[in-house]
Design a protein around this ligand. Structure first.
Ligand SMILES: [Zn+2]
Ligand SMILES: [Zn+2]
Length: 367
């Protein structure tokens, strides 16, 4: 295996176009060095440690959390970091699980301490000493990365690589629905028809909700909701007077919170799954008290990757309408600067010539 060596100086940064070239010694990676300081760089080829696998990234999606990481507005971000927690790849080496070598995989991104109160209480995503791909350890916006081999799951052929990137956010959506308590037989409203919102809507329907509706001002997103067979309104004002009993706030916009609480039925549950960063908002606590609402927070998924995959294979959740055409990682900067309607996610293909699932490398993402 390659020896490790120091990072090349900034002069070695990769141009924003052209083929990505990986030598025996190094690889190309998107490195975030600090607030709005990021670029493609050559990094030493990673070496898997004990129990780890070496994975070649095929596809990676960039979500709002990644954008905050690039922008420097994510709580507790540690730099430098190679982002990338929504990915699919191919196993190059896995001494503990040799059967996976050459297989397309996805994986749970966490390595837990196993000792903290959260771990002992069975709430792994709240581990206070968590090691997570794309945050505290190098992520998938690189040609190669390492991950505990035990976390990997082989990808069945019916789930294309770009769609498989959405299994991670589907895990978040699964946990959000769990946090809501019983959904069966209850009416559900989802504020924000982004990826998480549309995944939550599909899961709520699959869990037997009596009615599921989403609200989003963007027509392009309401169209995707319609494609998924979910009722969509431009705003939550349309929910009155028949308010949903369970409301998921998947907007990540602080200003939605007070309005969303008043759009939840008396005695209902309000689940906060969008990340609004450090934005503050004025709320009357009486809104919760007088209506006896239950407010639940959702940080991330809880390691339900296999459950997420099973729901996709069973057809309970459709990922295709939520997936854009992948573009090469080398053009990430121009994609970020592109005008037009905000896409649900940005999808990149990272592997050298792996373009499976991409209809056009340069066509960009869908709205
Ligand atoms: Zn994400
Ligand atoms: Zn822990």
């Amino acid at each position: 295996m390659a020896r490790s060596r120091v990072l090349r100086p900034p002069a070695g940064r990769q141009p924003e176009s052209g083929r990505m070239i990986m030598t025996d010694d190094d690889m190309l990676a998107l490195v975030v060095r600090g607030h709005r300081d990021h670029g493609l760089e050559r990094r030493p080829r990673p070496e898997p440690g004990p129990g780890e696998a070496l994975v070649a990234t095929d596809f990676a999606a960039m979500c709002g959390t990644d954008l905050r990481l690039l922008d420097g507005t994510l709580h507790d971000a540690e730099y430098p970091v190679i982002p990338g927690h929504e990915w699919s790849g191919t196993v190059l080496a896995a001494p503990d699980r040799p059967e996976l070598v050459g297989r397309a995989v996805v994986g749970d991104n966490f390595r837990l301490c196993g000792r903290c109160p959260a771990c002992l209480a069975g709430r792994p995503n709240l581990c206070t000493d968590i090691d997570e791909v794309g945050f505290t350890r190098p992520g998938a916006f690189a040609q190669l990365f390492t991950i505990p081999a035990a976390n990997l799951v082989a990808l069945p052929p019916q789930v294309p690589g770009p769609q498989a990137c959405l299994l991670e956010p589907l895990g978040v959506a699964l946990h959000a629905v769990e946090r809501a308590g019983a959904v069966s037989g209850r009416s559900v409203g989802v504020i924000g028809a982004g990826t998480i919102g549309l995944l939550v809507a599909q899961l709520a329907r699959g869990a037997g909700a009596s009615r599921v509706r989403v609200a989003d001002p963007l027509q392009s997103r309401r169209r995707i909701a319609a494609d998924l067979g979910v009722d969509a309104d431009p705003g939550i004002e349309g929910w009155h007077p028949d308010l949903p009993e369970v409301v998921f706030d998947a907007t990540g916009a602080a200003g939605v919170f007070p309005r969303g609480l008043t759009a939840t039925a008396v005695g209902g549950v309000y689940v906060l799954v969008g990340y609004s960063g450090a934005e503050a908002v004025t709320v009357e606590p009486s809104t919760v008290m007088l209506r006896e609402l239950t407010v639940q927070g959702v940080l991330s998924g809880q390691g339900q990757l296999r459950t997420a995959l099973a729901k996709v294979v069973a057809g309970e959740v459709r990922l295709g309408p939520l997936t854009g055409d992948p573009v090469p990682l080398t053009s990430y900067r121009s994609v970020l600067e592109r005008d037009g309607p905000a896409p649900l996610r940005l999808f990149f293909h990272v592997g050298g010539d792996r373009t499976a699932g991409a209809t056009s490398q340069e066509q960009g993402v869908t709205a």
